[in-house]
Design a protein around this ligand. Structure first.
Ligand code: DAH
Length: 342
């Protein structure tokens, strides 16, 4: 940087190149930017770095000229970019009248839809929603519900134990039904009690088209003076009409649960012309009058209060309503399946 005539030539040369470069495409603009202003090899960048080496007397003038070149190069880039953009917008390839892309709409999972509908029916009858823990102790899940000590459900084969019961403590387990929440509610509230309890339950079962290691239930409990089996039949009939249609046929079939006496299972008539009788009875839930032993276990006077309870599987109801034949598909998150419920 000593010969000032030399420097002058270099700068003039650069100026000519900047002015004459043809910037007609994105690629040419980018290579122009790299050639002159690139951080490492850019020619103007190189000159800027060398400003400190210039003789003090010439430094200012040199600096000004290099800066002017830089501004001019940047100006050319900007103008060229604007031109390219305008051209893109007005070029014939772009049809501004085309409709925009619509985003695919999500759908509510069939289990959630069924769950919401069930809750809505009972809420309209004054039931409030309660929840309980999925990790339960043996006492709430079995003992307080009047399960005898040797009941098969207490076997590891059927229940996921987190801690097996021992002489020292009750077992800790994944609840096998929502019924233990009956106990929790009876412990924490005074009659009249009218609750609906949705939740996830777990069973150590072989996985197949009809059973999965987890599923959902909705439990109902109504405890007050003078609650009768007639009240139970009425509310369940209302429920069946909302979920399966006004003309649904329903029957109560005597059954057994440790925590209800008497107990029943409720079936609905499923029309199917391919079957000999034109259809068949399908079980949809279990129910009964709360066993006096259950009320006593939580300190509610069975002489004064009676109650009914019921429990149903949300998967089962959803599968019937929507004609789903394999429970596992509800847990596969397959978009082709889920989008049918939009
Ligand atoms: N807990 C029962 C089960 O998982 C279902 C059930 C039956 C719940 C009768 C109830 C009832 O509240 O009264 O199979």
């Amino acid at each position: 940087m000593s010969d000032s005539a030399n420097i002058d030539d270099t700068l003039n040369e650069l100026n000519k190149e900047i002015e004459s470069a043809s910037l007609h495409s994105d690629e040419s603009i980018e290579s122009f930017r790299i050639r002159f202003l690139g951080k490492k090899q850019g020619r103007i960048t190189g000159l800027m770095k060398r400003i400190p080496e210039v003789d003090p007397g010439d430094r200012k003038a040199f600096g000004q000229r290099v800066n002017a070149l830089k501004s001019r190069a940047m100006e050319r880039i900007e103008t060229a970019q604007n031109a390219a953009q305008t051209q893109a917008v007005t070029s014939n390839d772009l049809d501004l009248s085309l409709p925009g892309r619509t985003l695919p709409e999500g759908s509510v999972h069939p289990l959630t839809q069924t769950h919401r509908l069930i809750i809505r029916v009972f809420e309209s009858y004054g039931f409030t929603v309660e929840e309980g823990p999925e990790i339960e102790d043996d006492w709430h899940n079995f003992t307080a519900l009047n399960f005898p000590p040797d009941h098969p459900a207490r076997d590891m084969q059927d229940t996921f134990f987190i801690e097996a019961p021992s002489d020292k403590h009750d077992g800790i387990l994944l609840r096998t039904h929502t019924s233990p929440v009956q106990i929790r509610v009876l412990q924490s509230q005074k009659p009249p009690i009218r609750v609906i309890v949705p939740g996830r339950v777990y069973r150590n079962e072989a996985i197949s088209y009809k059973s999965y290691c987890l599923f959902h239930q909705v439990e109902g409990l109504y405890v007050d003076e003078n609650v009768s089996m007639g009240d139970l039949k009425h509310i369940l009939h209302v429920f069946a009409r909302v979920l399966f249609g006004e003309d649904v046929r329903m029957r109560f079939r005597p059954s057994f649960f440790p925590f209800t006496e008497p107990s029943a299972e409720v079936d609905i008539w499923w029309k199917d012309d391919s079957l000999p009788g034109g259809g068949r009875w399908l079980e949809i839930l279990g129910c009964g009058m709360v066993d006096p032993n259950v009320l006593s276990a939580v300190g509610v006077d069975p002489e004064r209060y009676t109650g009914y309870a019921f429990g149903m599987g949300i998967e089962r109801i959803a599968m019937l309503r929507y004609g789903i034949e394999d429970i596992r598909i509800l847990y596969e998150n397959d978009e082709r399946f889920l989008s049918q419920f939009a």
